[in-house]
Design a protein. Sequence first.
Length: 458
Amino acid sequence: MGFSDKMKNIFKKDNKDETEKKHYLSGAEVRNIAKANLKITRELEKKKKRKAAESEFISEMKDSGNILEIENLHSYFFTDQGTVKAVNGVSFNIPQGSTVGVVGESGCGKSVTSMSVMQLLQGPQGQIVEGSIRFKSLDFKRDEKGQPIPVYEYGESGEILYEDAYDRKGNPVIDLETGKIAKTQKQKRDEYGTRQYEMEEKVFDIAQMPIKEMYRLRGRQMAMIFQEPMTSLNPVFTIGDQLDEVTLLHVPGATRQEAKRRSIEMLNLVGIAMPERVYKSFPHELSGGMRQRVMIAMALEGNPRLIIADEPTTALDVTIQAQILDLLRGLKDRINGSILLITHDLGIIAEMADYVVVMYAGRIIEQGTASEIFHNPMHPYTIGLQKSKPTMQSDSDVLFSIPGNVPNPINMPDYCYFRERCSKCVKKCAGDYPEMIQVSPTHWVACHLYAEEKKNEN
Ligand SMILES: Nc1ncnc2c1ncn2[C@@H]1O[C@H](COP(=O)(O)OP(=O)(O)O)[C@@H](O)[C@H]1O
Ligand code: SF4
Ligand SMILES: [Mg+2]
């Protein structure tokens, strides 16, 4: 190939990629976008900061067996270059007690989905713009004054029992009249010594919740485990201080001693052999695997119903990765919780998940039970992901990877986003974006190949 041919090719490439060209915006265009963004994001921020009665964000589950129902979620980033539709119409459920794995290549919107569930998107750019996130919460029941109602312990013949009263710092409260330790009605504790209150189930639509109300859920009913433990651990406080803090914050009336007891129990639960020592350590004194265990202990501290684990083991080496996955699996059953597990690693999903959601460029392209996704993958992208999974049998150490790129997120085409990379294209693929097609009670796929099949059957 001569020099001029090469130039022609380069030129052709430049010309071909229309979306790439649109990346270069004039100053005036950027200013216009910024102005429009400001208008939209101001509205959305106002909504998040509003004072709202509970009735404005209380909701109902479509299926009472679910703990979380995400429906038609759109989460965008309003940037000066345009709107990044990071999550663009995502719907899936988490049945109570199950693990749902969300998988897809880097940048497909997995983390933005999980951050939306916690309302942790970085505003004003990042915003939930549409959809519902229904969460079945188990919250303190409150009396007319808004106080949580303790559960008391009674004697064998139903008589009221009393116990010594302690203040928050754990010092006994002295009765000024008698000079003795004051008595208070005996409150019930759980197996970790944590005070029990009357609870009630309520369904909240997180997408409608003012950000201030999220404290009821975050860290208590839903907890997050990140890839990098140092993002949730504070380097200047001991592990013990940070664990205690969760209990002191979330359990009314908890004393320092009670908080410490719970912290040590949680460290035990996550398989830490010397919990007392770790309790007194600072984060930097622990290994990566230990820090990850501590972060899981911290997530459990608040007794969550839903754990969101975003690439929980990606930063760890293989042996420790296996240990942490084992730990998560065991814990789910112990706390009767549910897990939203996010990873780019299909191998982890295969080991952990009951249901699998496959994301591509901000949308779900296939979902089903783990068995359906692994034994009968239908979308060409899922099939490609499957092939790119390293196995013990493959003797080559070159990973298969699906060639080609994801379209520019600011300027998505209106046809199938996978088309440029798909080797199974049919004529219809030039047309509209494929709809979700149900292929079993639990299996859905968005691909024209199966729409064709369905039509032929009819
Ligand atoms: N703060 C941000 N500003 C603009 N775009 C963002 C921001 N955070 C994430 N995105 C975009 O959102 C998309 C999804 O990102 P993410 O959910 O982090 O992907 P992953 O599936 O790897 O977790 C990506 O295209 C990413 O570039
Ligand atoms: S709709 Fe067409 S282009 Fe898209 S994945 Fe299916 S076959 Fe491939
Ligand atoms: Mg991510």
